[in-house]
Design a protein around this ligand. Structure first.
Ligand code: NCD
Length: 315
């Protein structure tokens, strides 16, 4: 029997990781448990992907996600190919489907894809049989492994007490796949106080349907929160100028020490990177003792090891 969820196998194990939205809580929690084990053990090299091939196809820029997928697959003993899209046949007009078919024909067991088109990865499912696809960010839609590493990091600092946490996401919510995936992951884990803070034109009009509370006023939105996730202005996805005055944006929405003081005293500060210092966050806060930004990067390796381990070994 075919599964109703395209990312699950007929036995309801993880076949692909395309979105957080439809992910069963048990799978999400099991990935985090295994990721925490890898993180605590400092990413020991093993043979769980021995003889397997992982291909990284990044059609959009990446520093953290791409390199941590490379590192994670090597730690699991896989062969890794990372296609340089700028010098690949994509530059000659080859479609995503044809590029992926080519890589699959070479025997890739896992294909990690970042693409500018929301939902583009779902259209690949009919052309692959024994290959697993991981979404490393598709347009403004989702960024599942970022959300997994974000909730993993929050859980480590806040004793996995998601139902009692207040979490604020501040910045360009409208264009952020990270915000969407984070909202889904936090909701699945039972967090009911999720706030999104942004100017009206950077908030999707139907955002409340995702179960979050919108705030235009930073002071109100940050009041007593335990976690604040800051986001970059995703200029590459803006059709026109959404921010007439960047200094005014920073005054209202940039996280500085004064705005951080509205949060709970032991609040943690997060950012998926890349940071634009002096736009969405100031240097003192980004590098301050409440920041866990570099921990997020480190935890990302464990999360990506865990996801690939689950895909191949259905553990
Ligand atoms: C994010 C992305 O690409 O969506 N970055 C990341 O993967 N660490 C966020 C961003 O680009 O601002």
């Amino acid at each position: 029997m075919l599964s109703l969820h395209p990312q699950l196998s007929s036995k309801n194990s993880l076949a692909h990781l395309l979105s957080i939205q439809d992910l069963p809580a048990s799978i999400l929690k099991n990935i985090i448990i295994l990721a925490n084990k890898y993180i605590d053990e400092n990413f020991p090299t093993n043979k769980n992907l021995h003889g397997k091939t992982v291909a990284n196809l990044f059609f959009e820029n990446s520093t953290r996600t791409k390199s941590s997928f490379e590192l994670a697959s090597q730690k699991l003993g896989a062969h890794t190919i990372s296609l340089n899209i700028a010098t690949s046949s994509t530059a000659k007009g080859e479609s995503l489907t044809d590029t992926v078919s080519t890589i699959v024909a070479m025997g890739a067991d896992i294909v990690v894809i970042r693409h500018s088109e929301s939902g583009a990865l779902f259209s690949l499912l009919p052309i692959i049989k024994n290959t697993h696809i991981i979404n490393a960010g598709d347009g403004g839609h989702e960024h599942p492994t970022q959300a997994l590493l974000d909730v993993c990091t929050i859980g480590r600092h806040k004793q996995n007490d998601f139902p009692n946490l207040k979490v604020a996401i501040i910045g360009d919510i409208l264009h952020s796949r990270v915000a969407r995936s984070d909202i889904f992951a936090l909701s699945i884990l039972g967090c009911s106080d999720i706030r999104v803070i942004a100017p009206a034109n950077l908030l999707p009009h139907n955002i409340e349907e995702l179960g979050v509370k919108p705030y235009y006023d930073t002071k109100q939105g940050l009041q007593d929160v335990d976690v604040v996730i800051t986001l970059r202005l995703q200029k590459e996805r803006m059709q026109s100028s959404f921010i007439p005055d960047i200094n005014e944006y920073y005054q209202k929405y940039g996280l500085d020490a004064h705005k951080l003081s509205y949060c709970a005293p032991n609040a943690i500060v997060m950012h998926p990177g890349p940071l634009n210092r002096g736009v969405e966050i100031c240097t003192t806060v980004a590098d301050g003792n409440q920041s866990v930004i570099l921990e997020q990067v480190r935890n990302g390796i464990g999360v990506r090891m865990a996801v690939m381990d689950f895909l191949i070994n259905s553990i």
